[in-house]
Design a protein around this ligand. Structure first.
Ligand SMILES: [Cu+2]
Length: 234
């Protein structure tokens, strides 16, 4: 339902799990917020200053305090357990990869490393493309994520995926797109002066279109980004 209000269109296999948790929390917060607001307005009117009326002092109410502290704790614990399996699916294991990339954040671009014609990452024929990520639809994409300089965050709102990119660490993320199209990959960690312009494009396409694109890439590889660029904060 929230998708119709303001959520980006979900194109991720694990998107429904995330959105379900988000909606659950949204409704809990909405109910509590409404109750607090109503109580506040009622109290403001009922206990307003009136001529001849003296202020009363209250000492608190232990029973009420125990109830709302316990209820809040219980809701938090239940939410933690409910989100546990989703977290594990997305961050800890997940299906075996079918397409593999390395993604490196740097001030202020995303570097996408494609395996060269040998199909393997980390070999000489790898090709680095700035800001253009092409993936086939309905395939499990696995990404080795890192950063060259400061902390960035790899964020694909339509994929319900966000993961910090940390220099010196390689963090594995995965996703599977269910629909073709063009989507944005903004950096969602304030990373310096050019942060707001740090944005990649995700193209999800059919396997045929993807193969064609990859063939063109192998035929005309772009010049590798200069080694110094992004090496130190400006
Ligand atoms: Cu960034």
């Amino acid at each position: 339902m929230l998708e119709y209000l303001y959520f980006p269109h979900d194109i991720s296999t694990f998107g429904p799990q995330i959105d379900w948790l988000f909606e659950l929390i949204f409704w809990i917060v909405l109910v509590v917020w409404t109750a607090v607001m109503i109580t506040m307005v009622v109290f403001m009117i009922r206990y307003r200053a009136r001529p001849g009326r003296k202020a009363e002092y209250i000492e608190g109410n232990s029973r009420l305090e125990i109830i709302w502290t316990t209820a809040t704790a219980a809701i938090l614990i239940v939410l933690a357990f409910m989100s546990r399996s989703t977290w594990a699916d997305i961050k800890e294991h997940g299906p075996p990869g079918q397409v593999f990339y390395a993604v490196t954040g740097k001030q202020f671009n995303w570097e996408f490393t494609y395996p060269g014609p040998d199909g393997k990452l980390g070999t000489k024929d790898d090709i680095i493309v700035e800001n253009e990520l092409h993936v086939p639809v309905n395939k499990v994409v696995r990404v080795d994520l890192t950063s060259k300089d400061v902390i960035h965050s790899f964020y694909i709102p339509n994929m319900r995926l966000r993961q910090d990119a940390v220099p010196g660490r390689i963090i594995h993320v995965w996703f599977e797109a269910t629909e073709t199209g063009q989507y944005e990959i903004p950096c969602s960690q304030l990373c310096g002066f050019g942060h707001s312009g740090m944005k990649g494009n995700l193209t999800v396409e059919s396997q045929e279109d993807f193969d064609k694109w990859l063939k063109d890439l192998y035929a005309n590889p772009p010049a590798p980004p200069s080694a110094t660029e992004g090496a130190s904060p400006k």
